[in-house]
Design a protein around this ligand. Structure first.
Ligand code: DOR
Length: 429
């Protein structure tokens, strides 16, 4: 087991710098510490130390679309982005709707060893929305699947969703819904509003999201289930979530970095790198996302990291696939949209990027306090540094970042997984 001394770091970005010694996979001492012989020393110079990030929503594309991302390249992007655990969505080919696929994803993640890769199991067979997948078998398999989602598709049938929630209660797992009433989004290409109308794009109405979230909150309350809402994008959804939480419904929600920063103003570029599902929305929605994340109605940030091949993006808008990269830029977008304007401090960033996501899925060793004896899943951040995003320089196999050329604050300088350095100074270790 390696020993690492993080010198002069500021846990949660608070107080005077301290030394943090990591050995045996845990934080073994905090204080003023002489480097033990053989220890790897990382000079923190006052940088911010947080628990490693947990992403509840990642598309790693393996199996099936290894031309766009693999568990190896996606894990590298995650480690470079400060993540120590990611949840790999089920819309692979074959679909992760059975324990053979989910166990493969889990094992491959362990082999790569850069980040804990937790497979998400599909709710329905083939994501077809017709028959429930074998949730119990997946939950009880080697991978111990904790989250189920048809993400990319909504579980639209209310009876199926009700059954899935009932099973999830019995199994102690979470159902994560891609909230999109498909009857309201037929042909939709962009946020329903003036900009889409001017360009002649069919609109994706906010009500398509709000109505499914409202329905599912009711179903979850009756099933005593834990519902998680993927990628909230519409301001009205925040009102629904607040109402459901006030009633005691066990619902949690995530927002993506892109829905915290970008608006449908990007439609004017005609560049499908900006096409995503749910779509980039209006300024008022973006401001509401930020506020809801700050006050906890939205629990956490999740990337919806969605790599796509050039031919799927460099095409006309209507034909392009929705989705954008997110793992290596998430922290910086959160720093830009939440920390810079004073909506979150670094302790707040730990809450929305580490602690809450780990709690939602019940990971015992992630999102833990920075204290002696706790697992050393850590990220070190130079909060004062800035960098310029270049898609070609990201670790992902794909390059579809909407932030190309953008200058953003906060740089991950090191990530540790169970005490082992996985990334340092922008390089995989
Ligand atoms: O934009 C998206 N892309 N949204 C989704 O829900 C799925 C994802 C993908 O798999 O590409």
């Amino acid at each position: 087991m390696t020993t690492v001394l993080l010198r002069q770091v500021r846990p949660y970005g608070e107080g005077e710098p301290v030394d943090v010694l990591v050995s045996g996979g845990v934080i073994s001492r905090i204080g003023e510490i002489e480097p033990p012989s053989g220890a790897e020393v990382i000079e923190g110079a006052g940088q911010v130390l947080l628990p490693g990030f947990v992403d509840l929503h990642t598309h790693l594309r393996e199996p099936g679309r290894e031309d766009t991302e693999t568990i190896e390249t996606g894990s590298a992007a995650a480690a470079l982005g400060g993540y120590t655990a990611v949840f790999a969505m089920a819309n692979t080919d074959p679909v992760a709707d059975n324990a053979v696929v989910t166990d493969h994803v889990w094992r491959r993640g362990r082999e790569v060893g850069l980040v804990d890769v937790h497979p998400v199991g599909a709710v329905t067979v083939g994501l077809a929305g017709e028959r429930l997948a074998e949730m119990g078998t997946m939950a009880n398999s080697v991978a111990g699947v904790r989250m189920f989602s048809d993400d990319g598709h909504c579980v639209a049938d209310p009876l199926l969703m009700r059954r899935a929630l009932e099973y999830s209660t019995a199994l102690g797992v979470v159902v994560a819904q891609h909230a999109e009433e498909p009857r309201l989004t037929v042909g939709a290409q962009a946020h329903e509003g003036e900009r889409a109308a001017r360009l002649g794009y069919a609109g994706w109405p906010a009500s398509a999201e709000e109505s499914i979230v409202a329905r599912d909150c009711v179903l979850a309350r009756h099933a005593r289930a834990r519902l998680h809402v993927c990628h909230v994008s519409a301001a009205g959804t925040v009102d629904v979530l607040r109402w459901a939480k006030d009633q005691g419904t066990e619902v949690s929600a995530e927002v993506t970095p892109h829905h915290l920063l970008l608006t449908d103003e990007r439609l004017a570029t005609f560049d499908p790198v900006n096409k995503v599902n749910p779509p980039l929305r209006a300024e008022a929605d973006v401001l509401r996302m930020r506020q809801a994340l700050a006050d906890g109605v939205i629990d956490c940030v999740a990337t919806d990291h969605a790599p796509h091949a050039p031919q799927e993006k460099d095409t006309e808008w209507a034909a392009a696939r929705p989705g954008m990269l997110g793992l290596q830029t998430a922290l910086s977008v959160v720093a830009e949209t939440m920390v810079r304007p004073g909506l979150l401090d670094w302790r707040g960033v730990a809450r929305v990027m580490s602690e809450r996501p780990a709690e939602i899925v019940g990971l015992p060793d992630q999102g833990r306090p920075l204290a002696v004896g706790e697992p050393a899943n850590l990220v070190l951040i130079d909060a004062d540094a800035e960098w310029t995003v270049r898609g070609a320089g990201l670790a992902s196999r794909a390059a579809n970042t909407p932030y190309e050329g953008l200058r953003l604050p906060a740089v991950v300088t090191a990530t540790l997984l169970r005490g082992r350095v996985t990334s340092r100074e922008g390089k995989i270790v």
